[in-house]
Design a binder for this molecule. Structure first.
Ligand SMILES: *C/C=C(C)/C=C/C=C(C)/C=C/C1=C(C)CCCC1(C)C
Length: 268
């Protein structure tokens, strides 16, 4: 079982705490800013809010689990450290989190894009299904104790992942080109953000294969946990704010003015 110095333990502890705060703050922002968005794009904001709310809850649980998995060990005359308390560190919360949030992340992107209304439903369904399959098929490999099984399920799970990337960059090509002005730039950038952040997860999955299960050192555990925090904040909160920006730009482009509506409502 790994043993961590005080600084190492605190680094992961603080990363979880930061991630919880970032998800929670993004949730408050998205809920409060909903009225700045034209009604036709509000579903995207609702889904973004759900994603960060679900992630905030799971980070809170992961944070608690990390806290209870290690106990402070003070040795007379030696350096204090954190050793395993006997309670397992449960980061299986992540897979449950992904199962719920990853389909929502693809659905929120489709919801703000210029796709013919008849095509939106089908595209959302195919991408969300692929996202669910990707997570479900990755799980048996995640919990497998031998690297062969891990590699096999990892490979199978990569197929829906490739399908999602293909649809985003090829299948949705004309929908991206149909965007205008700043919305087009933002939609292009959010695809890149998605690719860059999502790419992190299969790389982490590969580490036990690359290093061999016995090569998982405390510093690797720290790198993986802090890395997941960064990827999750970017892929959920950062991504959610970009969805908000796209929805806001398009609302303005389409003539939606929340101030005018407020003035009418208050009789000014
Ligand atoms: C907020 C959480 C996100 C965006 C999680 C994304 C997760 C993935 C893209 C996971 C992909 C995987 C593979 C492509 C193969 C190996 C197994 C997975 C599930 C780690």
């Amino acid at each position: 079982m790994p043993q961590f110095s005080l600084q190492e333990f605190s680094l992961v502890y603080n990363a979880f705490s930061f991630t919880f705060a970032a998800m929670f703050a993004a949730f408050i922002f998205l809920v409060l800013s909903r009225n700045n968005i034209a009604p036709q794009y509000r579903n995207a904001i609702t889904m973004s809010s759900l994603v960060v709310a679900i992630a905030a809850y799971h980070y809170f649980r992961i944070f608690e689990s990390w806290q209870s998995a290690f106990a402070l060990n003070v040795v007379d005359g030696g350096a204090a450290s954190y050793i395993a308390s006997g309670a397992p560190f449960n980061d299986a919360y992540r897979y449950i989190d992904w199962l719920l949030t990853v389909p929502l992340l693809v659905a929120e992107l489709i919801a703000v894009m210029a796709l013919a209304p008849g095509k939106k439903g089908g595209m959302t369904f195919r991408l969300a299904l692929a996202a669910v399959l990707m997570i479900i098929l990755g799980y048996p490999g995640e919990v497998a104790t031998d690297t062969g099984t891990r590699a096999l399920w990892g490979f199978i799970s990569t197929l829906p992942f490739i399908y999602i990337v293909y649809e985003l960059f090829v299948g949705l090509g004309s929908a991206v080109n149909a965007e205008t002005g700043q919305a087009k730039v933002l939609v292009r950038n959010i695809r890149l953000l998605l690719l860059a952040t999502w790419g992190f997860y299969p790389i982490v999955y590969l580490l036990p294969i690359v290093f061999g299960n016995t090569g998982i050192s405390p510093s690797l555990i720290i790198a993986v946990q802090v890395g997941y925090c960064i990827a999750d904040v970017a892929a959920k909160a950062g991504y959610g704010l970009m969805i908000y920006s796209i929805a806001r730009v398009k609302s303005v482009q389409e003539g939606y003015d929340p101030a005018a509506k407020l003035a009418v409502a208050s009789g000014d």
